[in-house]
Design a protein around this ligand. Structure first.
Ligand code: FES
Length: 125
């Protein structure tokens, strides 16, 4: 059986081959997230407005394999920007995907850039 987690692999900015035009920046809630779709992937994009930063990660929470992370609360864990899954509050670093309050595998993260008020997410294919 195909493992849906295999669809999601962290992309380093240096490896980006496709900058996918996601949406206008103003479509994303301030200090919140929204889900975008790219090919067979659901990606959670976060507008971390109070830090002036943007992040993207897989929308799939690996705990119960639910597509929910874009609806999670974002915050800070000792200086590390994080998202908390809305279901059972597992938290993940938005910088490298690390599970900050447990020992789950890291989630995949993706580079984000903003140009002319448009949000782009980077992929390798
Ligand atoms: S499904 Fe995300 S913490 Fe349980």
């Amino acid at each position: 059986m195909e493992n849906i987690l295999d669809n999601y692999k962290t992309v380093d900015t240096n490896d980006v081959k496709v900058w996918f035009e996601a949406a206008k920046a103003s479509n994303f809630p301030k200090d919140g997230g929204a889900c975008i779709k790219y090919k067979n992937k659901q990606i959670a994009v976060f507008n971390f407005a109070r830090e002036g930063k943007w992040y993207a990660c897989q929308n799939l929470c690996p705990h119960k394999m639910e597509m929910v992370l874009s609806r999670g609360m974002i915050g800070d864990d000792k200086g590390i920007p994080k998202v908390a899954c809305p279901l059972h509050k597992k938290t993940f670093s938005l910088e490298n995907g690390e599970n900050l309050n447990g020992d789950m595998d890291a989630i995949a993260t993706y580079p984000v850039k903003i140009e002319n008020d448009v949000v782009y997410v980077g992929f390798t294919e």
